[in-house]
Design a protein around this ligand. Structure first.
Ligand code: FW2
Length: 308
């Protein structure tokens, strides 16, 4: 099973008609005066595509998507219209009608696919309701389920995905944000090799793709896309991929120390040398002193960091 997965993952994917593994960046949403700055988003997105990213994931966790209004999400889509076939949009909300409208919008804009959290926040909802939710959205447009139990309070299992498929849903894959490779592989084993599985955590991308996982959606791709490419390059020497993975993990841990969702903005500035605005409260911007300390610590870990 292991060898078969590795072999297949080096081939062109039938379903996606592109070479695996996929590197997907959950692109941060730049804010200025508390409003999304679409020009900055466009510049950042183009730069990440130039540096090896295959797809851009909009309004995800790193993009502070849960804090965006439906109109703001649509403004991001419209601003990146030229990249439509490379776009994924997180449509899951606690208002199904709103999510359905976003899915329709994704369909009309001919995006690559939609992505959705399960209905989050409500504890102990029944599997049946989660299944209904995913069936409804995936009947509108092909869906990648976004599993992030720490954030949503709900862990999606292969059994749930099977039920969605049995009920006519069109779930084409899962993005699994659990630091647990065995959990990711279970989806491959139970749903077959054509079911796409992406690794969420930044810290295990090399192990994931070398085990037959189809790619990664990694927040650190916002500031070190070149390392994500190296860490997931199946043709690279394993020692080089492991070295890249180690640097990614160190930077991701550093981000966590400063508050990951805000730190991402400042790491882009420190490492890539351009401004991507600031986060939106309640993800608060860092102060000047903190920003400088973060940049100095990042430089220690990754000496290629451009001096400002
Ligand atoms: C998102 C992601 C990536 C995250 C991971 C967090 O929406 O931000 O799961 O990079 O470290 O999909």
């Amino acid at each position: 099973m292991y060898c078969e997965s590795v072999k297949n993952s080096t081939l062109a994917s039938k379903r996606w008609n592109s070479v695996l593994p996929h590197r997907i960046v959950p692109v941060i949403t730049p804010f200025r005066a508390n409003r999304p700055d679409v020009q900055k988003l466009l510049h950042h997105s183009q730069s990440l595509l130039n540096d090896g990213m295959d797809y851009l994931f909009l309004a995800g966790t790193t993009g502070l998507g849960v804090s965006l209004s439906p109109d703001e999400k649509i403004s991001l889509l419209n601003g990146l219209r030229e990249f439509a076939p490379k776009l994924l949009l997180q449509v899951g909300t606690l208002n199904l009608e709103e999510s359905m409208k976003l899915a329709e919008q994704a369909k009309n804009s001919k995006l690559h696919a939609i992505v959705s959290y399960p209905p989050y926040f409500y504890p102990r909802i029944s599997d049946e309701w989660v299944v209904k939710y995913f069936v409804t959205l995936s009947k509108i447009y092909p869906l990648i389920v976004y599993n992030y139990p720490l954030a949503t309070g709900y862990d999606i299992s292969p059994a749930i995905i099977k039920k969605v498929l049995q009920n006519g849903g069109n779930v084409i894959g899962i993005k699994d944000t659990l630091p647990d490779l065995a959990h990711m592989l279970t989806f491959k084993y139970e749903l077959g090799n054509d079911f796409i599985v992406y690794s969420g955590p930044d810290t295990i991308v090399t192990s994931a793709v070398r085990s037959g996982i189809d790619g990664c959606v990694a927040g650190s791709a916002n500031y070190v896309p070149e390392l994500l490419v190296k860490a997931t390059d199946l043709q690279a020497k394993l020692s080089e991929s492991i070295a890249a993975q180690k640097t990614i993990a160190s930077l991701a841990m550093l981000a966590r120390k400063y508050g990951q969702w805000a730190a991402n903005y400042y790491l882009v500035k420190a490492i890539r040398g351009y401004d991507v605005g600031e986060p939106r409260a309640p993800i608060y911007p860092l102060g000047q002193a903190e920003e400088e300390k973060l940049a100095a610590e990042a430089r220690e870990i990754y000496p290629l960091v451009k001096a400002k």
